[in-house]
Design a protein around this ligand. Structure first.
Ligand code: ATP
Ligand code: MG
Length: 582
């Protein structure tokens, strides 16, 4: 499928000049050492993420700038300056010190997106702990696996989730304290191991000297989304902040006057790298919305806070598309100037939709929990080729390797997407899985597990996860291509394509489709969708079978779980479903 490129804007006409003005030149001149010099560092020590995102601003005019604009799910609004966060995070670091938390010990959070979550994560980094944010919609098994694997010593949670934690306490011998944040002051009686956040914070001091961390000390661990199997704990070090800082500036194009909104929850890497560290290390004001997805709420957040830069995910964009254009018309979204997407392949149709409906194109970018920061991206000053992830970030070398991950493939050829090791935010291990970690490297290359190709202009095109690629009659077909064609059909909201065994072709393609509101499944609609796909796709890539589902199985971070579609289709065990959405 070929789409006309969306032409880059004429820089002269832009009221805000992009931070990245000349990709080729900046790529040549870019040095990670220069980025390090723009950051502060601890006195006599290395980097500490908390110091770079909050403390260093206290010495500057940013001290009284609004850092956090919080919109609660019960309609509350609160504002916090960098100085407010400085004091609160110092207090929480003192609280942890008082509980005997030492450098390198794990402090986990399991709570909603309230200001306390941000205070606790940053305060714990100051205390030298390794933080582990858990998504508040996780059930007991997901929480148990992660707390057990990481041997977390302290957990911060909220009354609503305590029951889940107590169900699994018997399996968590390393957990010493549970801190209960009760911001809405619900009646609450403490149980075993529990202490009250508010009481501890009331008596904690505002001053704290950040624990001396080195660049290479562990700072944060994130479990992967579990799309392809059991989630792995990717551990990152303090110097990762160099990556967050640089990419927030050059890819998300953050400027001092921006109001930025990242919709991801800090339980996933996007919600910390770009929902905390990237924007705040650049001194940017950001919105946090506690509530979940709803087209009306989301648009009203943009309108109310006059959001200028918005970072979201394909699954949300598809839901906004499904909600329709009439909802968009109800809101004034004119403040938006730059919009980006990550997490899954962004179907070309979504880029064209946003251009038509919002007057702006979504800029897709690619990275993983493991890479810690954006690696491949579309930039404000380049043409967008709808369906492409864009080009490597300034300090990053990406390549397509052959089947054995040895030789680089020429442009146009599909293969394994690999990155040259050595960028600062790269993960340093999979927690307790060092062998698995090592297996992801071959020579100088980190093998991403995704398949892609690069075109003559150096743009990268996602084909599929290595595990999801379909082998039909000796040809490899990526599900993304099939799904993107299907969702162009007016009735189709979402699609997931898998390979099913076939005696002749080895595999043929089966697509699962969920329909937009107002459409009902029928044999006729199936035929119509198949015919539609035939016009868009090569014969081999056309789905042989279509099945309608009310919704597709997804991870809680919104990724289509093709492995589950396949297991269910073939009657095989479902494997790890701890991140499966309800
Ligand atoms: P697991 O590793 O547990 O199976 P996961 O790979 O989904 O889960 P994440 O680290 O959250 O966990 O996601 C990274 C993956 O998401 C990438 O390897 C890629 O497959 C997909 N992805 C992210 N952004 C994009 C994008 N812009 N285009 C295509 N795919 C993307
Ligand atoms: Mg992965």
């Amino acid at each position: 499928m070929n789409y006309e490129p969306i032409k880059k804007p004429d820089i002269g006409t832009l009221s805000v000049k992009p931070n990245l003005s000349d990709y080729k030149k900046l790529r040549q001149d870019f040095r990670w050492e220069d980025i390090r010099r723009e950051l502060d560092g601890l006195k006599g020590g290395g980097l500490n993420i908390a110091h770079e995102v909050i403390d260093r601003h206290i010495k500057t005019a940013l001290k009284d700038k609004t850092a956090l604009l919080w919109e609660g799910k019960e309609g509350e609004s609160e504002k916090y300056t960098f100085n407010d966060l400085y004091k609160l995070t110092n207090r929480f670091a003192n609280v942890l010190g008082g509980l005997g938390v030492k450098k390198g010990e794990r402090v986990f959070t399991y709570m909603d997106r309230t200001p306390e979550l941000y205070v606790c994560l940053i305060g714990a980094l100051k205390a030298g702990a390794v933080v582990g944010p858990l998504f508040s919609a996780f059930g007991p098994d997901a929480v148990k696996d992660r707390l057990k694997d990481s041997k977390a010593k302290v957990l911060v949670t909220i009354p609503r989730l305590v029951k889940t934690v107590h169900e699994i306490l018997g399996d968590l011998p390393d957990l010493e304290k549970i801190i209960i944040v009760n911001r809405r002051k619900r009646p609450y009686e403490l149980k075993a191991l529990e202490i009250k956040y508010e009481e501890l914070m009331d008596v904690a001091l505002d001053a704290f000297e950040t624990v001396k961390t080195t660049n290479e000390d562990f700072a944060i661990m994130h479990y992967t989304s579990g799309t392809t199997g059991k989630p792995k704990g990717a551990a990152h070090v303090h110097q990762a902040v160099m990556g967050h800082y640089a990419t927030a500036r050059y890819v998300l194009d953050l400027h001092p006057d921006d109001i930025y909104w990242c919709t991801a929850d800090p339980g996933w890497v996007t919600g910390t790298s770009y929902g905390i560290f990237g924007p705040w290390s650049n001194g940017i004001s950001q919105v946090v919305y506690e509530g979940g997805f709803s087209a009306n709420h989301w648009y009203s957040v943009i309108e109310k806070y006059k959001v200028t830069v918005w970072y979201t995910a394909p699954t949300a964009i598809r839901m906004l598309m499904k909600a329709g254009e009439s909802v968009v018309q109800k809101y004034n979204l004119k403040s938006l100037r730059y919009i980006c997407s990550v997490g899954e392949p962004l179907n070309p149709e979504a880029v064209l939709w946003s251009l038509r409906v919002l007057g702006l194109s979504f800029h897709d970018n690619w990275w993983q929990t493991e890479t810690g920061c954006i690696q491949i991206a579309n930039y404000p000053v380049q043409d967008i080729k709808p369906g492409s992830m864009g080009r490597p970030f300034l300090g990053v070398t990406a390549a397509i390797l052959d089947e054995n991950c040895e030789k680089e493939m020429p442009p146009g050829k599909e293969g394994n997407l690999a990155l040259k090791s050595g960028w600062p935010s790269m993960f340093r291990t999979y927690w307790n899985k060092e062998e698995l970690y090592k297996s992801r490297f071959k020579g100088q290359w980190y093998i991403t597990g995704d398949r892609a190709r690069m075109d003559e202009d150096g743009y990268f095109w996602f084909v599929g996860r290595a595990d999801d690629v379909i082998n039909t009659a000796g040809h490899l077909v990526g599900p993304f291509e099939v799904e993107s064609a299907l969702i162009e059909h007016p009735a189709v909201a979402e699609a997931g394509a898998i390979g099913i065994p076939d005696p002749i072709a080895m595999e043929v393609i089966k697509a699962f489709v969920s329909l937009k509101d107002g459409y009902t499944p029928s044999e006729e609609l199936k035929r119509d969708i198949k015919n539609f796909a035939r016009k868009k796709l090569a014969a081999l890539a056309c789905p042989r079978e279509i099945e309608f589902l009310p919704g597709l199985p997804k991870t809680r971070s919104g990724k289509i779980m093709r492995r589950l579609l396949k297991a269910r289709e073939l009657g095989l065990p479902e494997g790890d479903t701890s991140t499966l959405e309800d």
